[in-house]
Design a protein around this ligand. Structure first.
Ligand SMILES: O=P(O)(O)O[C@H]1O[C@H](CO)[C@@H](O[C@H]2O[C@H](CO)[C@@H](O)[C@H](O)[C@H]2O)[C@H](O)[C@H]1O
Length: 667
């Protein structure tokens, strides 16, 4: 925006004028550049408006140590679309003061300063017009002193005093006020930022019959799984699609192209003669059973997330009723879906261009149907294979009526799509975490997450039904513990797919990331209790991680990560802080699952709010031990005992919290 004062590089500023992201209670840092010609002083104000309010809250921005750069934070207290803009202005009293100080410093006399003193008096008189009566008198007194016959130091003393500075900080005299462009921040509920997800297939919860054959589960049997999931500290129970599964082209075990008669098929092959996206697989139960499941989950503090997979089995009702929603090939057939190199022969992709009005309305109806049954979180399958403008429209429509609905995007094929979809409204995104294993990759990844915090919120799954990373295939239980602690502490939202706690690691074939006997195509009842009793379960570690995450607001933050140097590439160290409470945590992870690693960690103490010479006492939330640390510290981690230190640090002092929030965000 052009104006008398230049305002540049305001951040966050999302491409296309779209909204930045924040959640209720999250500290939201804003930075800008404000400058003008010559030597006169400028300043910046952040003007913030809450949703539905006509009132502007003005926050004086703090000058950065870089010239012309200003910072401020605000903390939204309710969800909705907040707006903010920068006001850049000329600060005539600061300019006057700087000039007079410089002249006094070189010994100029009252006579030399006659014009300056009169100009100052006029400025204080102007400033007095805008302040309450008591402060009015102070400013008038400063003006009177400047015009008096006293000695020069006495004349300028009130104008230079701290009391006047305080008054002017609260009510500055602003000239040439220039308003910058308006920016929006979409504020969501806290679950959009912080939470622990557990993915499981309800159909696998039916146990086994006397002959050891799996029995198809129901919502009633799935409900029995919920206490175990809740007791591990998870917040969200995510279910793959629960709809009728296609019978035409159904896939068999291990992705076989032909199914055997008793094969259950992939739940992502949605739709059959029993119904489509608004129907429930008849063996799982009825709508009433589903809502009972959602209620039971809620009583345990769990939210249910549902898959939204916009694709159809050939026998989905839409295929017959709306052939225009699909692409018919010259030979009259419909091509199956692909996500190269993956082939999904049991589903048809949807064509979003033939009848957008009809299709869009139907998808919105489906989403609202599930919202009506208590679902407030949708994990969206393959959103990058559907048009971006469709998602932007759908999410905006849903937000109008249900602002508490959260959409997780499963798009991580290319950064443009991952971040592009996030900008268009997705609350959370899958990431490349599963493929980031080396220390340098993790550090780069962690920095990227923080740098992108205004436009995308990550959900770090350790594994998914599609991704059994080779490190999990060959790294033994130690790798599972390492991947869990990294996911649980690098980002505020993390998740596991069922079976992770049992160290399931067999791939269908060498070089593949697909599980052997994948649950995508068959029932997989699991002996959780037996494994736990034998001490062969990761449940205790997962439980402890979630407890620590809940106890430490620092681990619930996305923006405030900082990596510290360790002289061993098998050890990684990073700290997180919470700018509100000052809570601070340092995580040190041994990336070698097979043996102990040791090294020296050099703490960047100012980055955690301390002086270089401080000796913080740190408490290990994993071992319960306390250490007296300094700038350089010896660490040794043996995966036989613990994969990581999760160290509670002394709280960040109040006076540097906001500054650290800017520094960690805009590095
Ligand atoms: O393509 P992605 O790797 O993002 O995977 C997601 O979408 C897939 C298609 O919906 C889904 O694939 C599974 O379901 C398909 C349809 O039934 C089936 O053909 C595939 O073999 C099966 O893997 C995948 O699970 C989901 O995460």
């Amino acid at each position: 925006m052009t104006g008398r004062i230049a305002i540049d590089d305001t951040a966050p500023s999302i491409a296309g004028g779209r909204a930045a992201k924040a959640v209720v209670g999250e500290v939201f840092p804003v930075r800008t550049v404000v400058w003008r010609e010559g030597h006169d002083a400028v300043a910046a104000t952040l003007a913030v408006r809450a949703p539905g309010s006509s009132r502007l809250t003005r926050l004086r921005m703090a000058p950065d140590f870089e010239p012309d750069v200003f910072n401020a934070t605000f903390t939204p207290h309710l969800p909705g679309a907040w707006t903010y803009r920068i006001e850049g202005w000329s600060d005539p009293i600061a300019s006057w003061r700087a000039a007079v100080e410089a002249k006094l410093a070189v010994g100029q006399s009252a006579a030399d300063l006659a014009n300056d003193l009169e100009l100052g008096a006029r400025l204080f008189e102007r400033a007095a017009q805008a302040v309450p009566k008591k402060q009015f008198e102070r400013l008038r007194a400063a003006a009177t002193a400047l015009r008096s016959d006293e000695q020069l130091p006495t004349r300028v003393a009130p104008a230079f005093g701290t009391e006047i500075a305080e008054i002017l900080r609260a009510t500055p005299l602003r000239d040439m006020v220039t308003r910058g462009a308006q920016h929006t921040v979409q504020v969501e509920r806290q679950r959009a930022l912080f939470g622990s997800w557990y993915e499981f297939f309800p159909r696998s919860t039916g146990g086994r019959d006397a002959a050891g054959n799996p029995i198809h589960g129901t919502f009633a049997t799935a409900t029995k799984e919920l206490p175990r999931i809740a007791s591990m500290g998870f917040d969200v129970a995510y279910l793959p699609p629960i709809h009728p599964i296609g019978e035409i082209n159904r896939k068999g075990r291990n992705n076989a192209l032909a199914a055997e008669p008793d094969d259950v098929g992939s739940p992502w092959a949605i739709g059959s003669k029993d119904g489509g996206h608004d129907a429930i697989h008849r063996t799982l139960g009825t709508e009433a059973d589903f809502t009972a499941f959602v209620t039971a989950a809620s009583e345990l503090g769990l939210e249910v997330a549902l898959d939204l997979a916009l694709q159809c089995a050939p026998d989905h009702p839409w295929v017959r009723a709306h052939p225009e929603w699909f692409t018919t090939l010259p030979d009259g057939t419909i091509a199956f879906a692909e996500n190269p190199p993956k082939k999904y022969q049991d589903i048809y992709p949807i064509n979003f261009d033939n009848d957008p009005d009809g299709l869009y309305a139907e998808v919105l109806r489906v989403v609202r149907h599930w919202i009506g049954l208590g679902v407030k979180i949708f994990r969206v399958d393959n959103p990058h294979t559907k048009p971006a403008d469709f998602w932007e429209w759908l999410i905006a429509q849903v937000r109008q009526t249900d602002p508490d609905v959260i959409f997780l995007s499963e798009a991580f094929t290319r950064p443009a799509r991952l971040y592009g979809l996030a900008r268009r409204g997705f609350s959370q995104s899958y990431t490349y975490f599963t493929w980031r294993v080396a220390k340098w990759e993790l550090a780069e990844f962690g920095m990227e997450l923080a740098a992108k915090a205004d436009e995308a919120r990550p959900n770090l799954f350790t594994n998914t039904p599609d991704i059994l990373h080779e490190s999990l295939q060959h790294g033994g239980p130690g790798t599972f513990a390492i991947r869990a602690v990294l996911a649980a502490t690098l980002a505020p939202t993390w998740g596991i797919y069922s079976g992770f706690e049992l160290f399931e690691h067999q791939a269908v074939r060498p070089g593949s990331e697909e599980y052997l006997d994948s649950e995508k195509y068959e029932l997989r009842p699991r002996p959780f209790a037996e494994a736990l009793a034998r001490g062969e379960s990761l449940e205790p570690w997962i439980t402890r991680l979630n407890e620590i995450r809940r106890a430490h607001p620092a681990l619930q933050q996305l923006r405030c990560v900082h990596f510290h140097h360790v002289d061993n590439d098998a050890l990684i160290a990073y700290s997180k802080i919470d700018p509100v409470s000052g809570d601070a945590v340092l995580v040190v992870v041994n990336l070698n699952p097979f043996g102990a690693e040791q090294g020296m960690i050099s703490l960047d103490l100012p980055a955690i709010g301390h002086e270089w010479y401080d000796h913080p006492v740190v408490y290990d939330e994993v071992s319960g031990e306390e250490y007296h640390w300094a700038q350089t510290n010896y660490v040794r981690l043996d995966p036989a005992n613990a994969a990581a230190h999760i160290l509670a640090l002394p709280p960040v002092p109040q006076q540097v919290r906001a500054e650290l929030a800017y520094r960690r965000t805009f590095r």
